[in-house]
Design a protein around this ligand. Sequence first.
Ligand code: G3P
Ligand code: CA
Length: 321
Amino acid sequence: MSSPAPFLVIAHRGASGYLPEHTLEAKTLAYGMGAGAIEQDVVMTRDDHLIVLHDIHLDTVTDVGGRYPDRARDDGRFYAIDFDLEEIQTLRATERFSRDTGTAVYGTRFPVGKGHFRIPTLGEEIEMIQGLNRSSNREVLIYVEFKAPAWHMEEGKDLGKALLVELGHYGYTTRADACYVQCFDPDALVRLRNDLKTDLKLVQLIGFNEWNESTADYEAMLTPVGMRVVGRYADGVGPHYSQLVLKDSDGGYQLKAAEWVRGARDTGLLLHPYTFRADDYPHQYFESFAEMIRFYASDLQVDGVFADHPDLVLKALQITP
Ligand code: G3P
Ligand code: CA
């Protein structure tokens, strides 16, 4: 009998609770802390390079506004897809800040505007993780989200296809490989599985309909029937952690699994909820971050979590990397 897969601690945008998100420094720290997987969000540049960036915009994590003031679109935003890689790599990446106030989104994290960080390409990041895997004799997974594939397609870029080519270049082609591919857009995942014939592990991210992450109806997805549909193309689901618990009529948590969770289990789908942050969690339900982590891992039996503080997840679960 095979042993159960270990609980997967996924460093969300790297160890982003400590260093600016999606910088190689944040990824290196996550690796050193013992994360089992490291997340990459991926978008495309004007000259068709894949870069690791959470938003299709550059303006809340870089100094693009000061460096290229004339390159905003009519909505005032600076889009990565309007810049060549060479330009993007001259930008200074920083801790995430509010466009309205210029102040940090998370006030006790790495200071905004400090340090010397840059935006990596997906290839640079994979080479670093694969290199560390070799020098550490470990197999830390990559966990890649392709962002806004429908929007990229409207802009003339086939992000999903380009991602499969890049992953293939680095040896990630099958379910046995140390890689997950995640997306909020079910149509894009179905296309990867059925049309582009990938055998990689796919994870359906689940948001809230009002986020407009895709045209999907996530409420319908969060049902036993919805899970069976997802199970036809995906290996797991990535819901927001609040979606895993039953709710009172006023929206308060009951600390029990929501009905759809059994449907996910019955379908054989992995559960990898997001995003666990030690400096931003619902204190009214959990006395500590560690208690929250133990509830999801032990009571709800999720298979892994996306966390900004991977070290604290490992500590809460007494996992030795
Ligand atoms: O991909 C899991 C989680 O990262 C989804 O949220 O917005 O941080 O990409 P986001
Ligand atoms: Ca993500």
